[in-house]
Design a protein around this ligand. Structure first.
Ligand code: CA
Length: 222
């Protein structure tokens, strides 16, 4: 089974970013997106893998890569329109784990992400099974069991509980859940989130397991 990871896509081209984000989500990865180096800075701590475009509106991606490498061991795949050997070598020298030259072929991108996720053993990587009380969430099999009995969840209910379970014990904002499950924080999505949370709690039947963090979001498993 292949692991899923939370990928931060740093890319200013909406078309490229949209296609990459969709492909990663379809594959089951969590996705955060930043269109600038500045916006990326706030999200870096949440990323388990970074896809970094080198041509950003507010600075050279190589500068960001250098800074990232100084502070973190998160795996980085560089996306670049610069296919010259010199740029590629420089990116790898600065600590990129892999690189892809644009135009990006999505199947190749997903394969590279899987390869990097497999090869870089990092404590940042999400465990594939999350246990809380007698509830087990198998993130590879997309299966939730309570006291050994498998729950029948809708795709959306599963997506919501998976987002929370990946950060077990950590408060996750509504915005974050909406972004990862619905792709954005629409008003309709926000209402739907409450409906799905209610259904999820009812099916899990474990009071307190999916806790409300007032004015913020939710926390799974204590
Ligand atoms: Ca760009």
């Amino acid at each position: 089974m292949l692991a899923t990871v939370r990928v931060l896509v740093i890319e200013d081209d909406d078309g490229v970013a949209g296609a990459v984000v969709d492909a990663l989500r379809t594959r089951g990865h969590g996705v955060l997106h930043a269109a600038t180096a500045g916006a990326a800075a706030a999200l870096l701590s949440e990323a388990e893998l970074v896809l970094l475009d080198l041509g950003l509106p507010d600075g050279d991606g190589l500068t960001l890569l250098r800074r990232l490498r100084r502070d973190s061991s998160v795996p980085v795949i560089v996306l670049t329109a610069r296919s010259t050997e010199r740029d590629v070598v420089r990116g790898l020298h600065l600590g990129a784990d892999d690189y892809l030259v644009k135009p990006v072929r999505l199947r190749e991108l997903l394969a590279r992400v899987d390869a990097v996720a497999r090869r870089v053993p990092s404590p940042a990587f999400v465990p594939n099974v999350v246990d809380a009380q007698d509830v087990r969430i198998d993130l590879d099999a997309r299966r939730v069991t309570v006291a050994g009995r498998e729950l029948s969840l809708t795709a959306t209910e599963y997506a919501v509980v998976a987002v929370l379970a990946r950060r077990r014990g950590v408060a996750v904002s509504r915005q974050q859940v909406l972004d990862e499950v619905w792709g954005d924080a629409t008003v309709s999505g926000s209402k739907a989130l409450d409906v799905h949370i209610a259904a999820l709690r009812s099916k899990l039947d474990r009071p307190g397991l999916v806790a409300t963090v007032r004015g913020f979001g939710f926390r799974f498993g204590g």
